[in-house]
Design a protein around this ligand. Sequence first.
Ligand SMILES: *Cc1c(COP(=O)(O)O)cnc(C)c1O
Length: 385
Amino acid sequence: MAEIRIPFNRPGQTGLEQTYMADALQRGHLSGDGYYTKKCNALLENELGAGKVMLTTSCTHALEMAALLLDIQPGDEVIVPSFTFVSSINAFVLRGAKPVFADIRPDTLNLDEKQLESLVTERTRAIVPVHYAGVGCEMAVITEVARKYNLAIIEDNAQGLFARYEGQNLGTFGQMSAVSFHETKNFVCGEGGAIFLNDPQYFERAEIIREKGTNRGRFFRGQVDKYTWVDVGSSYLPSEILAAFLYAQLEARETITAKRKAIFEFYRENLAEWSRETGVKTPTIPANCEQPYHMFYLIFGSLSERTAFINYMRSRGIQTSFHYLPLHLSDMGRQWGYQEGDCPVTEKLSDCMVRLPFYNDMTRGELEEVAETVRAFSGGLVGIQ
Ligand SMILES: *Cc1c(COP(=O)(O)O)cnc(C)c1O
């Protein structure tokens, strides 16, 4: 097996992370909600026009907070695409919810909004649109259905920070949304996330849930003279050391996005002709979406073609990566009676798609090598030794 020379992902640094982390150490406040956490929260609130932003220990934890804030009860139903990361729905299942899996659109791989209404029942509480690759779901339709049936929208915006749909920032459509700063995302701090609260009715309780069910936030602001246990909650605050790392990344958002844009455009231009000749598809970005350049994927005609492609790339030292296995066919998903054929587009595309190497500091040489190697693969015939 050839040594991997071009990995699928390599978390990027801007150069200021260590400076800010050293400053955080100097400030002597290492737990959560200090100087850098506040700076990150404020930057995101100002930049995005979200009501309130709170850093969390992960996107998964932001989603868990959302489920607690909605007071999801056993038997409640939550609609989610089958083609997503497990946390999009596990956060709600932890509270006893039943997942209702929607199929995806073949163009954007986002929840198929046309099927949404048929999945709503009397028990439905929430819809979790996942902006795949940070390309916005059809929020006009999703918002309309949510309004008609009085459902909450919790956007899983793990991949779409700073992206827009119809000119509006992703993450600001739902009552709440969650982003991720995991090392595989555009802006990273190793492990981390944030919850966006777009409805003021959740502000106070979110602060309590995030602080172990206590009113410690009010205590620190001098609004109560001691703090105590007032609600359920957990520990969802990241350390200041991580917030300092993240602040360097968020400050550099324009540079990071420009680098990623150049990578996406390079792949698109250099694979366009090959894509036309072979019929292998590249990403579709609808005109009403401004994307964050999170990933570049290919969609082959079959699982065997894709497998051949991954092995072929690997034999040339290039790591590619498929993505989500359909959740409705997982061991957990099947417990609710789901089976093959329930989400046919998800089942097909999950087998056929693969993501190319994509990281901020990819060199021109690496990009050229990947594109050349891809072009030398024709439909599974070349390159299989
Ligand atoms: C990465 C990701 C998550 C999980 O993020 P963590 O910060 O690792 O918890 C959830 N949903 C989607 C769609 C993701 O891409």
